[in-house]
Design a binder for this molecule. Sequence first.
Ligand code: COA
Ligand code: AMP
Length: 630
Amino acid sequence: MSYKSVFENSMSDPEAFWMDAAKHVDWVKPPSKALSSEKAPFYEWFQDSEVNTCHNAVDRHVQEGKGDKTAIIYDSPITGKKSKTSFFELQEQTALLGGLLQSQGVVKGDRVIIYMPMIPESLVAMLACARIGAIHCVVFGGFAANELATRINDCTPKVIIAGSCGIEPSGIIAYKPLLDLAIEIATHKPEKCIIFQREQLQAELIEERDLDWVSSLQGIKPAECVTLNGSDPVYILYTSGTTGQPKGVLRPTAGHIVALAWTMKNVYDVEPEDVFWAASDVGWIVGHSYICYGPLFNGNTTVVFEGKPIGTPDPGTFWRVIEEYNIKVLFTAPTAFRAIKRVDPTGEFIKKYDLSCLKTLFLAGERADPDTIKWAQNHLNIPVIDHWWQTETGFAIASNPWGIEKLPIKLGSPTVQMPGYDVQILDEAGSMLPDGTMGAIAIKLPLPPGTLTTIWNADDRYKSSYLEAFDGYYETGDAGYKDEDGYLYIMSRTDDVMNVAGHRLSSGQMEEVLASHPDVAECAVIGAADALKGQLPVGLLCLNSGTKKSELDIIDECIKLVRSQIGPVAAFKTAVVVNSLPKTRSGKILRGVIAKIADGEDFKAPATIDDLTVLDDIALALKKIGYPKV
Ligand code: COA
Ligand code: AMP
């Protein structure tokens, strides 16, 4: 069937389309129907079904005789370690950890935070929660204690599972002190912490509260898969919004399994016998959907890679992994390729490996610039497919539907809307715009199965963040257009969210931290274009008069403050002092205008600015720190 007819089927008869996709799931009780709209706009999919996520990712493959097959390959160039975990071993490990959680009183619906590095135990922790019906909430290791505390307060976990440390090229990052500090700051206190001690750094345990993962498993009764209702949540994953308070995207159980299993063949064109590698981190949505759940639902071998595309030890590390494990599909963010291309522009390291197993490269997480795509295409000699999605949707909104029909690739476009997504380009009043015209990208409700159902504990925020701008639509927060062939082009965000190395960060969140510095009267943070990371944050600071400190000292303190409050992942390393900030008459800071000045782009000074010298002043200050860069 052509993409066009598959897409049209999903629009004309979504019930039949998704009930058909649901046949691939191993249900406890199959759904009698796909969509339930009774609680709209809180739509539910497969609401009357009964199912377990871990069963579909692990146990069913063991039952089907594939217990000896490798489920997880762990490759860690940063520690020199490699290992393989079979589906059978994964079942044993998740059952035991699930049993340990149950022995600590964790039951269906309880939350468990996971703060772990890129080791197979992170997947075990996620699956163990899913096995017993606990809602996991993975927090990326690059976030600081304060961010962890915000999430602890918001989702109130009964237990936290953490690694003793992460390992970055800069050295060992002790996670346990960050965890202890987060619990100290947080108003909610978890009852227990389960600590996975890595050999690189043994953490000190707090007697009453902390359990050692490995020794605590002694004598534990393995947990069975607990039956959940289709619309029970499987996990919460926090993502940046426009304020300092992150949004806890809530993922429903049944729709998640149906949608991800469907994408493995239809989007990525992989068969169960293939090895699939998403080079990301379990702390991000790509890690949830395509390091852990999607490949495992499909019975694929997945890869947990603990390293960087360059420097661990060289820019050939991706190619070595691909050759060594016979990887068919690689999925990563464009920034990884920009990093490799910068160090190995002529692809010398690529030539050292036999990459004949690699059939496709998928990119997402940020705009894929045509230069990077062309470089990857030329050196790997395979199709390079940009696809567009968000934490909220959990799988591609737009992609080249590689397993349905291989559509022509157009550079700069993530191709077409996926089945289930009715994507429209709207003007400010919510009217549809003609092809070729830029506007807000919105998706007609209901969203397909597997997408977010709400924000954890914040139904009103879900409505105000996503559903109120355009009646009957989900607002993606991205702006772009469609061409005459229906290809989408994602050009920018419509809010103050920036994208740094494929990570979504909030201007407002960094501004809140900077504003807490005693010498900062006012501030703005913008995302300025960066050749490696796509964007980098730049802070503009207005200081209180009469401060005794030097500007350089204050800037230095501000940089340290963001690192300690948000974490190294914020990559906040540049700030400059300015006299004042450009604002609208109602007082809104014109971050978009400042970003255009930083990027050396043309802009029209808004009529709302009375004093244009403010903009000259900003341009001068940015010039001092090297902006625009070209
Ligand atoms: N735990 C603790 N610290 C972490 C961390 C973790 N899990 N992950 C990253 N950090 C730290 C890094 O060490 C770095 O700290 P530094 O300021 O001391 O150098 C900082 O957070 C920023 O990390 P990162 O954005 O990864 O930058 P980098 O310079 O270390 O690497 C790339 C740059 C491009 C190589 C890297 O971002 C990359 O491989 N990206 C592509 C893949 C990807 O992760 N995509 C995510 C979405 S699909
Ligand atoms: P996250 O939720 O962290 O995955 O970030 C989602 C955001 O990243 C999207 O809303 C886009 O702004 C951006 N993004 C993701 N994929 C793409 C892509 N292929 N092209 C352009 N922008 C993208």
